[in-house]
Every structure is written in C-alpha cells, then in structure tokens.
Design a protein around this ligand. Structure first.
Ligand SMILES: [Zn+2]
Length: 340
C-alpha cells in the first residue's frame, strides 16, 4: 500500500512555514534541500514486531545504511530483553525520540523504525544535508517486557510501586524525576532512559504514546494529542521551545497525515518524561496517538512517522525556531471519550 507518493517533507515544511510563521522574512536564509519524493512513500509495516524482530530490523538498517544507522542497546529489562536504540546523523542539533514506554501502546516503535530507514539508508543531497545538521537518537521500544505481555507496566513481580501495579510492575513514565539518580531508579527501563538522556543531552525530546478515542467539543474525532511540560519550575524558554515543536507535530499530522491533533490534558507530576526532561532543559513533547482500531493502524503509524520527519526537517532548517509559541495554545482541546 502506498499513500500519497508525494514530497512529504517539502509539504511539511511548506505547511508549517505557511501556517505558523508569523514573522515576516528578514534576511533570507539559504534554502534547505528538498527531500526526494521517494522518501515519502508509505508501505504497510508490522504494527507489533517482536523485540527479536526489532533487533533484526535494526541490524538490517545498520547494514543497508553502511553504518549510518548506529545500533546499540541502552540496557536490559528485568527479564533480560535488550532495550534497542539507534542513532543517525552527526550534526550539532540533538533530537531524542522515545517510543513505547507503555507496553500496550505499540505504534510509535514501527514509526521509529521507518524514520531510521528513511533518514539513514537514503543518501541523496537532502539525506546528507539532514544528517549533517542533526543527530537523532531513537529509543525504539522502551518497554519490551510490557510489550511481550501487552500491558502498560514493566515486568517486576516484586514491585509494590507508588506508580504501577503491585505484583506486575512499574509505570516507567512516572520515574524520570530529575532528582532521582538512574542507579536508584526502581523502574529499570526509566533508569536506562535517564542515562541515555544524560549521555546525549538532547535539545528536543519527543515521547510517543497512545491514548483512547476522543472527540473535540464539536464531536470531531481527535487522532492524536500533544503537550509540552506543565510542571512547576520548567524554564519558560524550555516551555516555549516545546510549544514550537508541538505546533510542528500538529501541523504535520493535520496537513500531511489526514489527522486532527488536540492538546493532551496532561498533569504536572515531575516524574513524567514530558515534565522531567523539560525541567532538565530540553524542548520536551508528548505525542499520544489515538487507539482507533486495527483499520487505522497504518495511518496512525504514518502520523507518528510524519511528525518525526517534520520535527527533524524544521529543526534542521531552523524554521521551528521561528514559530510563535503562542500558536500551541490555539491547538484544540481534547473533549470527551468515545464510548464504544
Ligand atoms: Zn502511555
């Protein structure tokens, strides 16, 4: 299946620029290279590859990219599964994508594999330019034990957690508190992610999750939701930078993936990755794909992929920095859940 074999990134950039840039042109920057149309084809992908399959796919990407996709693990789970990660590019601007902290929210991981393939394997002028501007670090599946069980938590039968479920495991996305040292982190995989952040110090972090189905106040279905840090103490510049990235995610999904993005009504707890890495100074964004059912899974994976590419493109060409952060406040609010 191919959806819209068009120049996705050129459109992404055009859409973002046309609809979000408030400032009039000053000194015109050198135009960024246009991505090849080939980069935009979509083909059906496995929405739930096993962790072994993720490892095989990453090995293939390392080969096919001639090492430009640099594969590693950031540690093991409590059951000894590798937590796979990969890095592409060698530019100064650093982006970190994290997928599937919650094991039963799978669709960010296949999008991350497609992102690595697109950016790492191709070698046109655009690819070389993008990789020269950015280094993108991708934690492909943060919670392989939870994936294996199709549940939210990690696997820790001894857990009696404040966040999580006794006898099952920890909610990884409540254990990123900046004052919690990785070596003291009771949620194993959260400690791995903390170390990966500390080693990489990304400018931008986007954490991919999934939510239920919702409508806006007019009854229109929301396909994804985004949010920026809301904890007390996040520097205003970090909030503004996260709002700029949120606008890119919204515009790219709305205009290029046929979606409809709302704000996510997230809480202020500092252990949530969105807040924790905002407190540490990153432009930290949460992206929640709605679980719309099997028939929409390819579209939802593609939505996450489109956002990954558009965030990378607009960071590389500098256009994300020219977005008015206040545009994020205009993103519609999430309304009521859809009762099936
Ligand atoms: Zn989640």
């Amino acid at each position: 299946m191919r959806i819209r074999p068009r120049s996705l990134l050129a459109l992404a950039t055009a859409a973002v620029v046309a609809t979000t840039l408030a400032a009039p042109a000053q000194a015109a920057p050198a135009p960024a290279p246009a991505p090849p149309a080939k980069a935009t084809w979509w083909h059906e992908v496995d929405p739930r590859p096993s962790n072994e399959e993720v490892g095989r796919r990453l090995d293939q990407l390392a080969d096919r990219s001639r090492g430009r996709v640099d594969v590693r693990t950031i540690g093991e789970t409590n059951e000894g599964r590798p937590v796979w990660a990969a890095r592409v590019g060698n530019g100064p601007l650093r982006i970190q994508y994290v997928s599937q902290q919650h094991g039963n929210e799978p669709l960010g991981a296949p999008a991350a594999l497609e992102f690595l393939r697109t950016v790492g394997v191709g070698n046109t002028g655009w690819h070389r330019w993008l990789r020269s501007q950015l280094t993108v670090d991708v934690i492909v599946r943060a919670n392989p034990d939870g994936h294996a069980r199709d549940w939210r938590y990690n696997y820790d039968p001894d857990a009696d957690p404040e966040y999580g479920e006794r006898g099952k495991g920890y909610d990884i996305n409540r254990y990123h508190n900046p004052d919690l040292a990785p070596e003291d982190n009771p949620a194993t995989e959260a400690g791995h992610i903390q170390r990966a952040w500390l080693e990489f110090r990304p400018d931008i972090v986007v954490d991919y999750h999934m939510q239920g189905r919702y409508v806006d106040d007019d009854g229109r279905e929301i396909t994804a939701s985004v949010y920026w840090p809301s904890a007390d103490g996040v520097a205003p510049e970090a909030v503004d930078a996260a709002k700029q990235v949120s606008v890119v995610a919204q515009k790219s999904i709305d205009h290029l993936a046929g979606g409809y993005v709302s704000q996510y009504p997230g809480g202020t707890y500092e252990g949530i990755a969105r807040n924790a890495y905002g407190l540490r100074g990153s432009a930290s964004v949460l992206l929640e794909l709605s679980a719309m059912g099997q028939e929409f899974e390819q579209k939802q994976i593609r939505s996450a992929y489109v956002a990954m590419l558009a965030i990378a493109q607009t960071a590389a060409d500098g256009s994300v920095d020219r977005i008015d952060p206040a545009r994020a406040d205009d993103i519609p609010l999430r309304g009521d859940p859809i009762r099936n």
